[in-house]
Design a protein around this ligand. Structure first.
Ligand code: PMT
Length: 405
């Protein structure tokens, strides 16, 4: 099943609570319907101050439930019936008050009662002022809910209705539908930790100059997004690149090979799969000049370089090593050099790409030839975002095969 048809036929209770972002729930109802979900909307009294039940009733094609103690509603579909009916409960927007009441296990309105009465998975998409979001009380309430298995979509950051800036914006309806679809599809890496390195490293020559390379980080960031899609808990060790962090990824920024090595070694111990996609410098300056090196006419400049630490090899030689995937960037004899690296670095798998002349580095598309001790698979030229998903599927397959031997 792909994420696109994940919601077809799914019975979803959409809870709408009191937030200015409640106006977006009209669009959300339409998009959940377009995705094939069967929908029933439950509104809190607060939500009705921001958007009328009639709007959501018209868009969902079903009466909107509001009252806990409504004789008509109780006889038609009360909170217990609704709780049993739902495959999933999605609360969007989820206000700070609703989050607090859910954390306390309150049952003083229809929405909180049905959440308490239901065994279905609960997903919340928070929306509130950034200070309310950052407040320790809200964060503690969320931590409690997450510890009970409640899943979170967002919030996003940016301009807020109150004129402030920061985290607390409701995710856009398309992102909520995409996020929910991913949760609904059985996640193959749920409960697994994946670490990915991405981008170049910069090795300083003096305070203003460095040795770098053409890696943009696109392939590594796409791998991180693909691992999140597969349900993993993802740490991304990123060299100096200007890319947005994929949703749900913990990112650690580094600059040099030594810093990347330290960040990896500090965080790799609980990791199940390691993917070394970064173009780590092979050499660093033996001594970095304290001040800017002055240009002297007609004289050559000699730089003494020493090898950097080999990060992927270090991970592969850990006693309790994760499943280790390397990349090989080659301009010639791609397959031979890649297989050589697979063996000498002690890897479980290597993804080889031809680089140079608009290939591999910095472009949006890529092709890979993947090798592992017992086999090989070619991935033709495609968008790095899709290529990363295809490669992640193969990694999961090989990881599971290795795990079961
Ligand atoms: O970032 P993009 O612009 O999207 O480009 C993607 C990419 C071309 C950078 C990517 O697909 C890729 O090939 N990454 C690996 C680049 C590289 O450094 O390859 P290598 O053949 O030099 O190194 C082999 C392996 O050893 C790699 O997994 C590398 O991360 C690792 N390595 C290398 C040196 C070092 N000191 N430590 C390492 O861990």
């Amino acid at each position: 099943m792909t994420n696109n048809d994940a919601l077809v036929g799914k019975k979803i209770v959409l809870g709408v609570t009191g937030s200015i972002a409640a106006y977006k729930s009209a669009d959300l109802v339409r998009r959940l319907g377009d995705a094939g979900a069967e929908l029933r909307v439950v509104m809190t009294k607060g939500a009705c101050e921001f958007i009328t039940p009639l709007t959501l009733q018209t868009l969902s094609g079903h009466p909107v439930a509001i009252e806990l103690l409504d004789a008509d509603q109780e006889s038609a579909m009360g909170h217990i019936k609704l709780a049993r009916w739902a495959d999933w409960i999605l609360i969007a927007p989820a206000s700070a008050d609703t989050i607090a009441r859910l954390a306390q296990g309150r049952a003083d309105d229809l929405l909180t009662s049905l959440c308490l009465a239901s065994e279905s998975p609960l997903v919340i998409a928070p929306a509130m002022n950034n200070k309310m979001w950052e407040n320790q009380a809200t964060q503690e309430n969320l931590a409690q809910l997450q510890a009970r298995g409640v899943q979170l979509l967002g919030p996003a950051s940016g301009d807020q209705a109150c004129g402030e800036q920061g985290a607390g914006r409701l995710l856009e309806p398309t992102d909520i539908v995409a996020g929910l679809s991913k949760l609904v599809v059985p996640a193959k890496l749920r409960g697994k930790r994946v670490m990915i390195t991405a981008g170049p490293t910069y090795e300083p020559i003096d305070p203003v100059r460095f040795i770098g390379n053409r890696s943009s980080g696109k392939m590594g960031f796409a791998m991180a997004a693909a691992a999140v899609e597969a349900g993993a808990d993802v740490v991304l060790i990123a060299g100096p690149v200007h890319l947005m962090t994929p949703h749900g990824v913990r990112r650690i920024n580094v600059e040099t090979a030594q810093q990347m090595n330290d960040a990896v070694i500090d965080n790799v111990h609980t990791c199940d799969i390691f993917v070394g996609c970064a173009a780590v410098a092979d050499f660093q300056l033996e001594t970095v000049a304290e001040n800017k090196i002055k240009k002297t006419k007609h004289e050559k400049l000699h730089l003494d370089l020493i090898p950097t630490l080999d990060i992927v090899s270090a991970v592969a030689s850990l006693p309790d090593k994760p499943f280790v995937v390397g990349f090989a960037a080659e301009t010639e004899q791609v397959a031979d050099y890649a297989q050589d690296k697979l063996n000498t670095k002690g890897l479980d798998m290597i993804a080889a790409n031809q680089v140079g002349a608009n290939m591999g580095f910095a472009v949006d598309n890529n092709a890979l030839q993947v090798f592992w001790p017992q086999g090989t698979q070619a991935f033709p030229l495609t968008a790095k975002t899709q290529l990363a998903r295809d490669l992640m599927t193969l990694i999961i397959e090989r990881y599971n095969a290795k795990d079961s031997t």
